[in-house]
Design a protein around this ligand. Structure first.
Ligand SMILES: C[S@@+](CC[C@H](N)C(=O)[O-])C[C@H]1O[C@@H](n2cnc3c(N)ncnc32)[C@H](O)[C@@H]1O
Length: 356
């Protein structure tokens, strides 16, 4: 199989995973008063394999470098995470600031600077994927959100990791999703770069996927490959002949979503969802991903949670979650967002410390 190499490529050593570090609680957020009444756990429809989580479960917001946190989680969660979404630094060479009125030092969200070294970035990404792979459930899905700078490298790294010695049949690449948006300026010397890439990899052929939950209405707009008929009531129907069969669909019927997503807009300045955290992604993206690839009660992980879009949507959709970010500001913004909503489970803020 073709493999990507770079100077200093090294397979991480997970033998001692989690042994030198442990997670320590910093702050507990129990259920908010209106929710702690009969609702809570009874209201959760858990998938069969998650039933043993009972009332003990706490969602976790961890402030740590992703590897430190992932290694520490491995002994407890190896093979247990149903969906992973990550939106890591894209290798932009930039420092991102929060759009708030804070001092220059506290305004910094995070640095995406790699001393101009692609080798350093690739090793960093490779190590991240490696640990995520071991945390993923056999039926689980990994979504990796990048752009033109690194998506093509990431695909090769993921191909390698998902076909390693422990790979299960049918594991690997499933989709390259193009998230197309209109924000920002227009380049003059290239075609304007107006999309991000979200790679979907699964750990086996038996992955959880519900295209019907995220399907779209067929509608009445012109489609060149189908015949259009309009009945006396003005209702449009579509007909196509394929392999000797004729298929007819009404405009109200649904069709499964394609891999180019143009219907979710970037968060504009005045969007009420905006937290001011740089590079914040829309909740609609995560909603689509979590609805398609997980069930209520499933476990979702994001090790670059930033403004908290993944835990916030996971919470709303009744999924359990583990969210990590090394940045203090990210933890503050995420917890503030979470505290605004209602909670199905309590959550705890943790940090990683050495075992003495
Ligand atoms: C592109 S942003 C994520 C934005 C997020 N998806 C959202 O919608 O708000 C990348 C995040 O990765 C975090 N980060 C960068 N390096 C990290 C590391 N080594 N470990 C953990 N988090 C890291 C940054 O602090 C930043 O919040």
């Amino acid at each position: 199989m073709a493999e990507l190499t770079w100077q200093g490529k090294a397979v991480p050593n997970s033998d001692d995973s989690g042994l030198q570090h442990r997670l320590v609680d910093q702050q507990n957020y129990p259920l908010s008063p209106p929710q702690s009444q009969p609702l809570a756990i009874d209201a959760l429809v858990v998938s069969s394999k998650q039933k043993d989580t009972g009332s003990q479960w706490q969602n976790r917001l961890i402030q740590a470098d992703r590897i430190q946190a992932l290694r520490t989680l491995l002994p407890e969660f190896a093979g247990q995470v149903n969906v992973i979404y990550i939106d890591p630094p894209f290798m932009t060479g930039r420092t991102f600031n929060n759009g708030s009125q804070l001092s220059a030092a506290t305004r910094i969200s995070y640095h995406d600077i790699w001393n101009n070294s692609l080798d350093t970035y690739l090793q960093w990404l490779y190590e991240t994927f490696y640990y995520l792979y071991y945390l993923l459930d056999t039926n689980g899905s990994l979504y990796v959100h990048l752009d033109w700078r690194a998506a093509h490298y990431a695909k090769l790294l993921l191909d390698e990791i998902f076909s390693g010695p422990t790979a299960i049949r049918g594991a690997g690449f499933k989709n390259e999703i193009i998230w197309h948006y209109q924000s920002g300026g227009r380049a003059r010397k290239t075609f304007a770069r107006k999309h991000d890439t979200i790679l979907l990899y699964t750990k086996s052929a038996q992955y959880n996927f519900h295209s019907e939950r995220v399907s779209i209405r067929r509608g009445a707009d012109r489609r060149n490959h189908m015949r259009r008929d309009v009945d006396d009531n003005g209702q449009t129907s579509w007909t196509i002949r394929s392999n000797g069969h004729i298929y007819t669909y009404t405009e109200d019927s649904t069709m499964s979503l394609a891999d180019v997503w143009s219907d979710i807009s970037h968060l504009h300045q005045r969007n009420p969802e905006r937290t001011g955290y740089a590079t914040q992604k829309p909740e609609a993206l995560l909603e689509r991903i979590l609805l398609a690839s997980s069930e209520e009660g499933d476990l979702v992980l994001d090790c670059f949670c930033g403004s908290g879009v993944t835990p916030v949507v996971a919470e709303r959709l009744k999924r359990r979650w583990l969210a990590i970010d090394q940045n203090e500001m990210a933890i503050a913004v995420t917890s503030k967002r979470l505290l605004k909503g209602t909670r199905l489970y309590p959550f705890v803020i943790q940090y990683v410390t050495n075992i003495e």
